[in-house]
Design a protein around this ligand. Structure first.
Ligand SMILES: *[C@@H]1O[C@H](CO)[C@@H](O)[C@H](O)[C@H]1NC(C)=O
Length: 247
């Protein structure tokens, strides 16, 4: 509970940061391009962090969407946030899955929609903070045919990083990449938010490149990639603002 309050303090900092300006020329904090009926070559499904606005948030969500669109073409990528029953409230971070069952169901619904509406699209996904837990708790439980359409997932500030060994349970590790700053307390099994939890926009180009590589290798040969970089930057450091807050 106490740590959830800390998450809130820092999430408020995020929403006031200059990073938010980034979205002005591109994707906003809400994007429903899949739900609005578009089938494009690539569908990007994103779950925002706690207290972030809209269904995409205001940091890595819109930025990752924009990066994919810049590389692959605006008309080639449909960005869809996980909204609806995923409330992104702070208290849900403390639940065993790091979020609610309703949030996991909402995420599953988006993947199922992508599959039923656009069976030929390549799906990639991402989540930040509680949104990373939303992805981790839903992607590996998708029906086999739906999961097969999901070519890659990137997680930023993964709140279940330690618990899940830097991976997504029951989803291929070579299709997963976790961005966890060494100083981000949530990556080492606590809900302590430190300065490192707020730096992930700098990782967006690398994250987008990873997803693009998964998309293109899926196009050509199915699943011949040999990359395995999940959790490469994880660490269990618990310094930073945690100390400041007296944890
Ligand atoms: C990690 O977070 C720290 C702040 O704690 C920041 O100075 C640093 O640039 C971040 N590292 C990366 C690779 O983003």
């Amino acid at each position: 509970m106490f740590s959830a309050i800390v998450l809130g303090l820092l999430a408020a900092t995020v929403s006031c940061s200059p990073i938010q300006q980034r979205q002005l020329g591109g994707t906003s904090s809400t994007s429903d391009e899949l739900q609005n009926g578009d089938c494009r070559d690539v569908i990007f499904i994103f779950a925002r962090g706690s207290t972030e606005p809209g269904n995409m948030g205001a940091t890595v969500g819109p930025a990752t969407c924009d990066a994919l669109k810049e590389s692959l073409g605006d008309d080639a990528v449909a960005c869809q946030g996980v909204g609806g029953a995923y409330l992104g409230d702070l208290g849900s971070n403390a639940l065993p899955d790091g979020t609610t069952q309703a949030a996991l169901d909402e995420s599953t619904k988006m993947f199922n929609l992508a599959s039923s509406q656009c069976p030929n699209a390549k799906v990639v996904a991402s989540g930040y903070s509680q949104g990373a837990a939303v992805m981790a708790g839903s992607v590996g439980k998708l029906d086999a045919a739906v999961m097969a359409q999901v070519k890659g997932v990137v997680l930023y500030g993964y709140t279940k990083n330690l618990q899940n060994g830097g991976a997504i349970p029951d989803y291929p590790e070579d299709q997963t990449k976790v961005f966890c700053n060494a100083s981000d307390g949530v990556c080492s099994g606590t809900l302590m938010v430190t300065a490192g939890h707020l730096t992930y926009t700098t990782d967006v180009p690398e994250a987008a490149s990873f997803l693009e590589e998964k998309i293109s290798s899926a196009t050509s040969t199915g699943s011949s990639s040999t990359t395995s970089s999940a959790a490469s930057s994880s660490s269990s450091s618990a310094s930073g603002l945690g100390g400041l807050f007296g944890f």
